[in-house]
Design a protein around this ligand. Structure first.
Ligand SMILES: Cc1cc2nc3c(=O)[nH]c(=O)nc-3n(C[C@H](O)[C@H](O)[C@H](O)COP(=O)(O)OP(=O)(O)OC[C@H]3O[C@@H](n4cnc5c(N)ncnc54)[C@H](O)[C@@H]3O)c2cc1C
Length: 499
């Protein structure tokens, strides 16, 4: 994920060696679909990234494809031009620098490939890989069907689905990737392939969690299910109520009869300037039931505010965009324990209390269920590569997010996040509560999520990569994101003892 190549500056644009030729050739073949520094289309893409770290990178040119053929032509040209590297952008919501943008290379902004087509029997949605989830829900809601997709409508179908994808509907239907019945994908040699249970079935499985290591997906065909309005409650608590909140969370998530309509997120929020903690809970129930009894224990904890409503899937996903900030994600997964969650809070407070970098930083440490019933759905489409088994019991995922304005604090925030994560992980390991799974869409650039899928899955991914991409184009020439070549079992900071 580094940027080892030299950057050459020209009068009006920035090129890595090779990218100048490449951008000229792309421009000759694809005309106005290629934009350059300062042009409106180029600026539009640059300003659409969620994090400042991504928006700060300057590609030599940006391709805005409108058909899969454009993508296929572009990959052929880029692959044939020495020294020309590229990045793939969906809706630009991965925070890490270089995940979906590139200094001096070519960025392919898939946002224009965003058509939505429902099959006549309404059982499958074909969606262009550059679409955002809000567009998907707005299209599907009138048909009273939905798909397993992102909870925030601004997030991209591409990145979320290729990394797994946690949806409000996941306990009922599995990871977003478990609901893909076909991927239309451009391979390293520029060919357009379909990967499904009958054709390229190994690639099909690899794409379910393998991220951008195998090709550029141009369309996802997603299984739909009947869906009407849903219920959402938001409770905000004083941090002194963390005991009963975490007990309620643990009781819900550790139940062997996990209610598949539950979509719950409990977050600790901390502002380094005010040194104030609060707790925010988003309790979604994917049926039109106001105040579902499953949340009674959580709702009974005295709160600062407490709201509930019934709404449509699209309205719930229709969140306002945030102004660009520096962001960092980091993650781990654990077996349920309210005591350990309290310990987690103490670790967070001990480390974060004295850290107030220039400009301040806001931390959001979110906990979300990973129930075994959710994992049981992988089998319906032939399995994924995430390495999670439904018989291992219920767990939960922790997402550490940090957001801050001043880029001078980037290194300091990253270092503190590493410290926090490492202390929490070693405590959990000592108590037998650490899972080795690291959710790739929440992982920090310094983590090793592909290796966390386990040796068998990791070897499988490497085999599929060698078969479909023998020159390792997606490993070396598409450097952004988590790469198979960069991760190995040795890099995995979690021993094989955990599961
Ligand atoms: C506000 C917010 C809310 C979120 N909510 C959720 C949630 O509810 N559930 C959840 O699971 N995750 C969630 N996430 C995490 C999210 O899944 C990841 O950030 C994801 O990478 C975003 O996808 P994107 O297409 O928008 O991002 P991008 O930054 O555009 O892409 C992410 C990665 O995917 C690759 N990629 C994108 N499209 C393609 C394609 N067509 N072919 C090949 N590679 C591609 C890119 O190269 C890049 O490496 C959220 C993130 C944010 C910032």
């Amino acid at each position: 994920m580094g940027f080892p190549w030299a950057i050459l500056s020209c009068a009006s644009t920035v090129y890595a060696a090779g990218a100048g030729t490449c951008c000229s050739r792309l421009s000759e073949e694809l005309g106005t679909k290629v934009s350059f520094l300062s042009q409106p289309a180029y600026n539009g893409t640059e300003s659409s990234y969620w994090s400042l770290q991504e928006a700060g990178l300057k590609p030599g040119c940006i391709l805005h494809p409108s058909t899969p053929k454009d993508v296929s032509q572009a990959v052929s040209i880029i692959a044939a031009t020495d020294g020309c590297n590229m990045a793939v952008k969906g809706q630009g919501h991965a925070p890490g620098a270089g995940f979906a943008n590139i200094d001096g290379g070519v960025t392919i902004d898939m946002a224009g490939l965003n058509t939505t087509v429902l099959s006549p029997d309404r059982s499958v949605l074909g969606v262009g890989a550059g679409a955002a989830w809000l567009q998907v829900y707005q299209y599907l809601d009138p048909y009273n069907v939905s798909v397993a997709g992102g909870r925030n409508g601004l997030v991209g179908v591409g990145g979320l689905t290729l990394g797994g994808g946690i949806s409000h509907f996941s306990p009922r239907v599995g990871w977003a990737c478990d609901n893909v019945v076909n991927f239309e994908v451009v391979l390293a040699d520029g060919t357009l392939a379909n990967a499904n249970q009958n054709s390229h079935s190994d690639l099909y499985r690899a794409l379910k969690g393998g991220a951008n290591n195998f090709g550029l997906v141009t369309r996802f065909d997603l299984e739909t299910f009947p869906q009407g309005d849903i219920s959402v409650s938001t409770f905000v608590n004083n941090v002194s109520k963390r005991g009963p909140v975490l007990s309620a969370f643990t009781d819900i998530i550790s139940s062997p009869k996990f209610d598949v309509s539950v979509s719950l997120l409990v977050s600790f929020l901390y502002n380094s300037k005010s040194k104030a903690w609060t707790i925010s809970n988003s309790a979604v129930y994917t049926q039109p039931v106001l105040h579902p009894p499953v949340f009674d224990q959580l709702a009974a904890v005295p709160s600062i505010s407490n709201t509930s409503r019934i709404t449509s899937v699209a309205s719930l996903a229709d969140e306002a965009p945030t102004s660009p900030l520096n962001w960092l994600f980091a993650t781990a997964a654990f077996k349920p324990s309210a005591e350990f969650m309290l310990e987690t809070f103490e670790i967070l407070n001990n480390i974060l209390y004295s850290f107030n970098p220039q400009g301040g930083v806001v931390w959001d440490i979110a906990f979300e269920p990973l129930p075994s019933v959710m994992l049981s759905h992988a089998a319906k489409t032939g399995g994924n590569v995430l390495g999670l088994q439904s018989d291992e019991g219920n767990s939960y995922i922790m997402l550490i997010s940090a957001l801050w304005l001043d880029s001078a604090s980037n290194t300091a925030v990253e270092e503190v996040s590493r410290e926090v994560l490492s202390v929490i992980e070693s405590r959990a390991k000592a108590e037998g509560l650490l899972r080795k799974f690291q959710y790739i869409n929440y992982a920090a650039p310094y983590q090793a999520p592909l290796a966390s899928y386990g040796a068998e899955n990791f070897e499988f991914l490497k085999r599929v990569s060698r078969k479909y991409d023998p020159q390792a184009f997606f490993q070396h020439r598409v450097p952004g994101g988590f790469k198979l070549v960069e991760q190995s079992q040795q890099e995995l900071g979690v021993s094989n003892e955990e599961n």
